[in-house]
Write a new protein. Structure first.
Ligand SMILES: [Zn+2]
Length: 326
């Protein structure tokens, strides 16, 4: 339902068409948990009155929906023969009892960001494993939103400069969150990945979520070792296993209680439950992708940088089995 409302908000002129299509395939609607339905009712209220009845009927139907996608079959195709091992690693990982966020920051200024970024760029161990990275000037936007950050490569923006967006909120404003967000977004994460690989590939699929986000999540877990990086990995694996095992209300409630036990804000917990239940595969792509990179590197005993270099000058997408076999 959330995706239907996204589509209607993006293309209001197609609302009737989208509604009719959704009614036609309502038997494959995924379940909308009670705590998410309240948020969706508020979004439906913002749509033109003529669509409210149909939207609310569909929402009501989706609250009791029992359809379940067989994601395992899909992931097995995507990740190939490492998939079972990835599941074993994820299920053996114990959920953290807390996350050491570090000192409180009250805002992320350009100076805070430059300071932390220089520490990452100057880290000798990172330079050995990932090669040095000369960051070029990038646009910076700090906004108030849930989540951590976004990196927009210049190729995606069709502009001359990359863009970093940092989301300021109560969950984020701690030193470790900023430090590891910069590792994820810039070095050795997305910025380095795009410069090394995407800019040198014959054809690069910018929608290759598992490879792009898997790489950035892998570097959060393994670039700078600390209690925080270990706890984040444990949290990610706990969330992943919930997403793989549960559905609808049960999944939403488990996501809420995991995050609540770790002290995250209610607003961000609802947002994570929304992603987990309404955008199947989205969160999983980060964590499964990272587990794949982790296992692939330990099995092949190559440095992370070599993996990117080996992929350069090729067609690159989310088909992990082909990366492994070529
Ligand atoms: Zn990312």
């Amino acid at each position: 339902m959330s995706q239907l409302i996204d589509a209607v908000e993006a293309q209001p002129s197609k609302t009737r068409e989208l509604l009719n299509y959704s009614k036609h395939c309502r038997d494959v609607l995924i379940q909308t948990p009670c705590i998410i339905a309240d948020c969706l009712v508020k979004r439906i209220d913002q749509l033109p009155l003529e669509y409210h009845r149909d939207m609310l009927d569909l929402l009501d139907y989706s609250r009791h929906a029992e359809f379940r996608q067989d994601t395992n079959a899909f992931y097995r195709r995507l990740y190939g023969d490492l998939y079972d091992e990835m599941l074993t690693v994820a299920f053996l990982c114990e959920a953290p009892i807390n996350i050491e966020h570090g000192n409180r920051l009250y805002t992320a200024t350009r100076a805070d960001i430059d300071n932390e970024l220089q520490l990452l760029l100057g880290d000798d161990m990172l330079k050995t494993r990932f090669e040095r990275f000369d960051v070029t000037p990038f646009d910076l936007k700090v906004d108030i939103d849930t989540g951590y950050g976004e990196w927009w490569d210049r190729d995606l923006l069709c502009e001359n400069m990359d863009k970093l967006v940092i989301h300021a909120n109560d969950d984020f404003m701690y030193l470790n969150d900023l430090r590891y967000t910069l590792a994820h977004e810039i070095y050795p994460g997305h910025g380095h990945f795009y410069r090394t690989l995407a800019h040198n590939s014959h054809a690069f699929d910018h929608g290759a979520m598992s490879l792009i986000e898997g790489w950035a999540t892998f570097v959060e877990w393994h670039s700078v070792q600390s209690d925080y990086s270990r706890q984040i990995r444990e949290y990610d694996c706990a969330l992943l296993t919930q997403c793989l095992l549960l559905n609808g209300n049960e999944l939403a409630n488990n996501v809420l209680s995991l995050r609540k036990s770790l002290g995250f804000s209610h607003e961000s917990n609802i947002r994570t439950a929304l992603y987990a239940t309404q955008y199947i595969g989205f969160l999983e792509s980060y964590y499964l992708g990272a587990l794949w990179v982790e296992l692939f590197l330990s099995e092949s005993a190559i440095k992370p940088l070599d993996m990117l270099n080996n992929l350069s000058n090729r067609n690159v997408g989310d088909f992990f089995y082909s990366i492994r076999e070529e």
